[in-house]
Write a new protein. Structure first.
Length: 214
């Protein structure tokens, strides 16, 4: 019996032949259609294939956390992708999320984190801790997410409705204890990728944040 390793390959294929690349839709987002072939793990090239790529830029997401008071600031907003409510326990397309925004031209991820915290939640970030960068759904989109934990003073958080009118934002901001946030997480009320990853990170690292602040 041949045993196959589950470890990533040390010698990954690197050759890609892009035969054509065309923009087939350009609106709020952009879709490109590729015809391509790529190198195979066992040698040679794949057959020619067609793939559509959803281009929407690159984003930043921030979990605002107060380690002194053990509180988080979360948001709720309308999301078209959740319109059918499949995962939302009949809550509709208003998701419980964390602060997030797209990276603009000549902006750093850190700049966006600070700006979006102010625009979406009226928050001042005292310290940014980088959690990770990841592809949101690489089977169909080029989007990456830079994920942070933002250390805040939750007493300065202004609960209510925030967002920019020109961007059609209607964002409800609220504070919760860490314990309550974990309850929401375990109950499936937090069910999009960025807040799930951020909550998992916080659940593993919270005690170190407390140690850093005392």
């Amino acid at each position: 019996m041949e045993l196959k390793s589950n470890a990533p390959s040390k010698d990954k294929p690197s050759s890609i032949d892009i035969l054509s690349r065309n923009t087939v839709y350009k609106g709020f987002f952009k879709i490109e259609k590729f015809r391509l072939r790529h190198a195979l793990f066992n040698g040679g090239m794949s057959k020619q294939m067609s793939r559509e790529l959803f281009e929407r830029g690159h984003a930043v997401a921030v979990l605002p956390y107060d380690p002194i008071r053990d509180e988080l600031v979360l948001i709720e907003q309308f999301r078209i992708g959740a319109l059918d409510g499949t995962l939302n326990n009949n809550q509709g397309p208003w998701l419980t999320e964390i602060v997030a925004g797209m990276i603009g031209e000549n902006e750093s991820a850190e700049d966006v984190a600070v700006r979006e915290a102010e625009e979406e939640a009226g928050l001042k970030i005292n310290k940014l801790i980088h959690i990770m960068d990841y592809y949101s759904s690489p089977g169909g989109t080029s989007e990456t997410i830079s994920l942070y934990c933002g250390i805040i003073d939750s007493t300065e958080a202004k609960e209510g409705v925030f967002g920019l009118d020109e961007e059609h934002e209607d964002i409800r901001v609220f504070k919760v204890s860490f314990e309550k946030a974990v309850e929401l997480f375990k109950a499936g009320r937090i069910n999009s990728a960025a807040p799930i990853i951020a909550m998992q990170w916080l659940m593993m690292n919270k005690r170190h944040l407390h140690a850093d602040d005392h």
